[in-house]
Ligand binder design. Structure first.
Ligand SMILES: Nc1ncnc2c1ncn2[C@@H]1O[C@H](COP(=O)(O)OP(=O)(O)OP(=O)(O)O)[C@@H](O)[C@H]1O
Ligand SMILES: [Mg+2]
Length: 309
């Protein structure tokens, strides 16, 4: 059951402008992001926007992408940028490029209230990555989830303060109601999202040269050739892939079938085009879909603190 403690209520009713959410995996970032976005929507504070920088567990569409959603009151618009991986680890540069593009796109649309939801990658190289995210996004507020002494979140907070990045920083203590999800549960969610988009896609068959296609497997892009050396071709089904065009750019696709031939693989793809990436407008506030906000109850939980730079 969804819990909205007083500390959430307080910040949900006051945060506005650019809001960056940071913290480790399963600390409650996405749930809070959705609640904040819904509150802007309900207050009719348009245009309001949701930036989704978690390619593995995205709430806005096809995994392997970074997403931006803007609501103008009378219409929703969504834009996606491909990452080709379910994690930014090893793809930090491309992730930051995507963030720049999406932020720029929202700025052009005059979105002021923007919540940026991020993935839980904050350890080791993830720390520097998140600092760059904060630099690019230049938030008015940064909310750090699950802050306690000597954890990664505290290191992140100290680095932000030391470098004068992140605007006003708010630290939430760990919340008991936040429950970790197993790796299997995450993979199930991702596969469900991928097959949903595969159904929408436009299907066609072609023989691909093995060096023309890359496949996303275990969260990383690898050449199709390598993937086929390591795994059975049946495992190709429902994998997120990318066809390399002659100019070096990629066309995202989902593999739906594959048959081995002498000189290559006959692979059936569902090509994901702009059209298929943009779901129909009537989906409304899609990120509110499985959040039962009205019936949730408030309980007492530790207070959050504003951190003085
Ligand atoms: N306010 C809440 N009330 C009840 N359950 C919650 C609440 N916030 C989070 N949870 C539960 O805790 C789990 C993790 O929450 P959430 O997905 O928001 O975390 P996250 O920090 O975004 O995780 P990740 O880093 O994996 O994206 C989910 O299963 C979610 O349902
Ligand atoms: Mg999340």
């Amino acid at each position: 059951m969804l819990v909205i403690p007083p500390v959430y209520k307080k910040y949900i009713s006051t945060l506005h402008g650019r809001v960056l959410l940071l913290g480790g995996a399963d600390t409650g970032k996405t749930t809070f992001a959705r609640l904040l976005y819904i509150s802007w929507y309900k207050k009719q504070s348009f245009p309001c926007a949701f930036l989704d920088l978690d390619p593995g567990q995205t709430k806005l569409g096809l995994p392997g992408f970074h997403w931006g959603l803007i609501n103008h009151g009378w219409k929703n618009e969504r834009v996606a940028r491909m990452l080709g991986s379910f994690s930014p680890r090893g793809y930090e540069q491309l992730s930051l490029e995507n963030l720049k593009h999406l932020t720029h796109w929202l700025k052009k649309q005059e979105a002021e209230d923007i919540v940026l939801d991020t993935c839980g990658y904050i350890r080791d190289t993830g720390m520097a990555y998140k600092i760059h995210v904060a630099e690019i996004f230049a938030p008015r507020y940064t909310v750090i989830f699950s802050m306690s002494k000597n954890n990664d979140e505290e290191k992140l907070l100290n680095t932000l303060i030391k470098n004068g990045i992140g605007g006003e920083i708010i630290a939430f203590p760990p919340q008991a109601f936040v429950t970790p999800r197993t790796r299997e549960k995450r993979i199930r969610y991702r596969n469900r999202q991928i097959s949903l988009f595969a159904k929408r896609g436009h299907s066609f068959s072609m023989v691909v040269k093995l060096d023309q296609c890359e496949i996303v497997s275990n969260g990383h892009v690898q050449p199709l050739k390598k993937f086929l050396c390591d795994s059975a071709s049946s495992e190709l089904k429902n994998k997120l892939g990318a066809l390399k065009k002659a100019d070096g750019t990629h066309i995202p696709c989902v593999v739906t079938n594959s048959v081995l031939f002498e000189d290559g693989y006959q692979v059936e793809f569902h090509i994901i085009t702009e059209k298929h990436l943009t779901p129909p407008a009537e989906e409304g506030i899609i990120i509110a879909k499985d959040l039962n906000v009205e019936t949730s109850s408030a309980t007492n939980h530790p207070e959050a603190g504003r951190v003085q730079p």
